[in-house]
Design a protein around this ligand. Structure first.
Ligand code: ADP
Length: 916
């Protein structure tokens, strides 16, 4: 007998009589009780049929009884039936007669097809023909794993240094793998688990990975495994895989682990031959497992892998570093101290450089780009001294653990401390951050990266052929990619090699392009902030900076960098207070280097922000008058959708007002991420981290008290970005977003899904669940109404509560990614102003004319400064209008829409079902 394509089925009985009759029914079909104990659980029973399918029958008062199909309808036309292919059908028939089970015979001359009702009113098809499978039921949404119908067995392991997000990888692989009809095994303790086998190889089910998204490190363990570095160890690993029937391996680890994986795959054929020759496996096994599919995922806090822009864990680590540097900064400031902070990175300076940018450090040392100067000590001292003379009371120097000078001599934290103490007389302390950098709950970005890459890894396994080179899952230009593992490993090793040969240009080339750009920007704004990059006087501009809309993390960081870079180039940065309302009143002042000190880490808006749009709420004439009166020659706006409307109005008013013929950029800053022309707006990452932290706390509370579903309201206006991205990384049950709306049918199906999940839960456990709802999704189905409906429908089974996150979502301290994006877009905006004014200014200068009011009237000079993939791009507002939904205040297409279906899939939609 065989229930094709299924591994287990769950039935819910609403009363004891049905529960017992169901057990008798299935036992008559040949199912055997799994627990032979005389004191069998009287509420949950597991039955198994041979080695194939098992049935779980649960007695639960709140189960929804199944409708009995009418006897006079054709059961073969019913949508849901469970099919068993069976050899001795007559013997089973007579047993069913004894039970008096209703049936319909649809046999024809080719096959027997008997439809029977089980005591719970499920339609069961008994047939002697294996090919007949029309059934869908309970777990039948499961697709068969391979075309041949053989269930693919995939093992997943985490290896090398642990990285936050590894658990999210395992969760995604397990759940998506199960959805795809695969058996998923977790290998505990990294490669050691493969070598030792036994209990270290565990079959995972849907619930094994509950709650793993929020947990740092790796729950299945990792280890440095020396035996795997030997052929004997790998032979043992191969034997364990074959004996357990596993034909695919997903490895999440750093370059060492992936080097091992690559070697293992290359040797596989030889290992299997040897196992056969030494009779450790049979000929059939050797035939069946002659190919091993391996897929690599990069879990590494250092971001040291080539061929991917970012690795799993790096962003969380950067969070920990920035938190530490921010904390140390306050004590440094109090005592006027210097701190040398050592961060991880043996061959890679990503963490050190990004931390330097995000915290506004005075100097950074990284392995791939040693100081050019022989006497770098004096350079560092002159930079620090200059910053001190400008008024700084604190000094922060960040050094990667693998930092070197250009002669490959290590640059160590203690040595730096001695120099700062001896030469500058600074009270200097060393802080080595060490393992704190690995710890803690994964940040939003890592949860998202790990989840989407985990899904891609499973797809890569299922699509692999014997000839496919093992892929490494990466991310380039904000897109999940597959890259040959072998090549990625080779390129990564080349970085270390290039450094050892002092070929630093090659080492930088092998990093992602953004890394070099960020390094240059940091150098230009911090090391060379001695006005050595100053422009000729006639090209120096008066640049106004204005904040608009609601506060968003990164607004201050963008302003700080713009001010510092302006001063370095000889421009005059002018702060406008309180948005366009302030501009119309002429509320503005020149900014100074010290005036923006410490702003990278400040949330909110130091300039003051306002939603008033010129031409709508504010008189355009007053705005242009003030621009002309204060001789503003370029305008940098940091703001959200109102600011997008504002630049559109400014562009449209240029015909009328010559003083608007200046370059204008908008750096998108809004937690809703609804400004066209960018993948990310400043503040959205900070906000998602705030949402993640709040939701983790809410789920914990829900779990601790009783079975409770929280409906959490998030911001976003008419855009579902926060709900979708937040929902995906907190493991929400579902999300309600404006793009989809809500209706009764949807609510009903969500209630059913929740009931199915709570029915399947361990009765003695209280599981907390969470649903995210965008504030503007519906006027009728408010957060309260939805929660009340859930409460009512949950009856005894579960309760519901609401949580409105409100302004908590703006976050306190901007996240590192928002700070880095802010810094980048601000520097690029100032450069953009220079490019768009040089021609007019040079012309006037050459002809000896006065500086004109009109510097540019090109449409390309009023733009949104955005991030597209890994590039910073400037798109004219006139080009963005056709792709903008002005009514709903967002771009017409959203790149993140593809994440929406993943939420329901990973929440078990299709896996947990109560059929009616
Ligand atoms: P990471 O993956 O974080 O770089 P390691 O370099 O310590 O960490 O590697 C983790 C594990 O991967 C090692 O303990 C070993 O089991 C395996 N491994 C690393 N390099 C190799 C190799 N060259 N050959 C075989 N296995 C290796």
């Amino acid at each position: 007998m065989l229930a094709q394509g299924l591994s287990h089925i769950i039935f819910n009985a609403s009363n004891k009589e049905d529960f017992e009759r169901t057990l008798i029914f299935y036992k008559s079909l040949g199912f055997k009780s799994i627990t032979d104990s005389p004191e069998e659980d009287t509420r949950v029973a597991w039955l198994k049929l041979a080695s194939t399918v098992s049935i779980k029958v649960i007695l639960t008062a709140s189960a929804i009884p199944q409708r009995k199909p009418a006897g006079d309808t054709d059961w073969s036309l019913e949508e849901h039936a469970l099919a068993f292919s069976i050899n001795n059908i007559d013997a089973v028939k007579s047993k069913l007669k004894e039970l008096d089970a209703p049936d319909q015979d649809h046999s024809d001359k080719n096959s027997t097809k008997l439809y029977v009702l089980d005591p719970l009113n499920n339609i069961i098809l008994l047939t002697n023909k294996p090919a007949i499978l029309k059934a869908t039921s309970a777990a039948a949404a499961v697709e068969t794993a391979t075309a041949s119908g053989k269930r693919q067995k995939i093992a997943v392991l985490t290896s090398g240094g642990d990285a936050p997000g590894m658990n999210a990888v395992v969760r995604a692989v397990v759940r998506y793998g199960i959805t795809k009809g695969c058996d998923i095994f977790a290998v505990y303790e990294g490669y050691q688990g493969l070598v030792d086998g036994g209990d270290l190889l565990k079959k995972m089910d849907w619930k094994s990975v509950r709650g793993w998204l929020a947990v740092g490190g790796t729950t299945i363990g990792t280890a440095r495994c020396m035996p795997f570095k030997t052929r004997e160890g790998r032979l043992k690993a191969a034997e364990n895989l074959v004996l357990n029937g596993i034909d695919a391996l997903i490895v999440c680890g750093g370059d060492g682990s992936l080097t091992g994986a690559d070697l293992f795959r290359n040797e596989w054929g030889g290992l299997v031959d040897e196992l056969l020759k030494t009779k450790r496996i049979s000929q059939e096994q050797a035939n069946a497992y002659h190919v091993l599919t391996i897929v690599g995922l990069v879990g590494s806090i250092d971001n040291d892998m080539s061929s991917t822009d970012i690795t799993i864990g790096a962003v969380t680590s950067l969070h920990r570093i920035c938190e530490s540097v921010d904390a140390v900064s306050t004590t440094a400031l109090s005592h006027s101290r210097a701190f040398v902070i050592e961060v991880m990175g043996r061959h890679c300076g990503w963490l050190a450089l990004m931390a330097g940018i995000a915290t506004g450090a005075d100097f950074v040392f990284i392995p791939e780009k040693p100081p050019k100067e022989e006497d770098w000590e004096s350079l560092m001292c002159s930079v620090v001294e200059r910053h001190r003379h400008l008024g700084k009371r604190k000094t922060v120097v960040i050094v990667a653990e693998g930092a070197i000078d250009k002669n490959l001599n290590p640059i160590k934290a203690d040595y730096l401390k001695d120099i700062l103490t001896d030469r500058l007389g600074l009270d200097t302390r060393v802080t080595i951050l060490g393992h704190t950098q690995r710890g803690g709950a994964p940040a939003f970005f890592d949860r998202l990266l790990a989840t989407t890459q985990g899904l891609e890894a499973v797809d890569a396994v299922l699509e692999a052929t014997a000839d496919t080179p093992s892929p490494m899952i990466g991310m380039t230009d904000n897109k999940i990619t597959r890259f040959p593992l072998m090549k990625a490993v080779a390129l990564t090793h080349e970085v270390a090699e290039a450094i050892s040969k002092k070929n630093f240009a090659r080492a930088m080339e092998l990093r992602d392009p953004q890394f070099a750009e960020e390094y240059e920007a940091y150098h230009a704004t911090t090391i060379l902030d001695d006005c050595s990059l100053g422009l000729p006087a006639h090209q120096q501009l008066r640049i106004a900076i204005i904040h608009m809309g609601a506060p968003a993390g990164g607004m201050n960081a963008a302003t700080r960098t713009a001010v510092r870079y302006c001063l370095n180039r000889g421009h005059t940065p002018i702060a406008v207070n309180n948005g366009f309302a302030g501009l119309a009143r002429g509320s503005m002042s020149e900014m100074t280097w010290m005036g923006v000190d410490g702003w990278t880490a400040l949330g909110g808006s130091e300039l003051g922000t306002n939603r008033a749009v010129p031409g709508e709420d504010i008189d355009m004439g007053m705005v242009t008058y003030q621009i002309q009166k204060n001789n503003i020659q370029a305008l940098m706006i940091v703001g959200g959708f109102e600011a997008f409307v504002a630049i559109e109005k400014l562009e449209a008013s240029r015909d009328q007002y010559p003083s608007l013929r200046i370059p204008i950029t908008l750096i998108p800053a809004t937690i809703s991420n609804n400004v066209p022309g960018t993948d990310y707006s400043l503040g959205s990452d900070t906000s998602l981290n705030a949402i993640v932290n709040s939701c983790d706390a809410i789920v914990q509370s829900a779990q601790s008290s009783r079975r409770r579903v929280f409906v959490v309201e998030v911001m976003g206006g008419r855009s579902g970005y926060l709900a979708v991205e937040g929902g995906l990384v907190v493991g929400a049950n579902t999300v309600y977003i404006p793009e989809e709306g809500i209706n009764l049918g949807r609510l009903q199906s969500d209630v059913e899904h929740l009931r199915a999940m709570y029915t399947d839960d361990d009765p003695d456990k209280s599981e907390g669940r969470i649903i995210l709802r965008t504030e503007d999704v519906s006027k009728t189905y408010t957060t309260e109404v939805i929660s009340d409906i859930l409460k009512e429908e949950g009856d005894e089974m579960f309760d519901s509560r609401t949580a409105v996150l409100g302004h908590i979502q703006q976050g306190v301290t901007p996240s590192p990614l928002d700070r880095i994006r802010a810094t980048r877009l601000a520097t690029r905006s100032i450069q953009f102003f220079e490019e768009h004014t040089a021609e007019a200014l040079d012309k006037a200068h050459e002809s000896g004319s006065p500086v004109p009011i009109e510097l540019t009237n090109s449409k390309a000079s009023v733009t949104v400064a955005g991030i597209s993939g890994s590039a910073a791009i400037f798109t004219p507002v006139t080009d963005l209008l056709p792709i903008t939904d002005m009514k709903n205040r967002k771009p017409r297409n959203a790149w993140w829409a593809e994440h929406r279906p993943i939420i329901d899939m990973l929440a078990g939609r299709g896996h947990f079902k109560i059929e009616k």
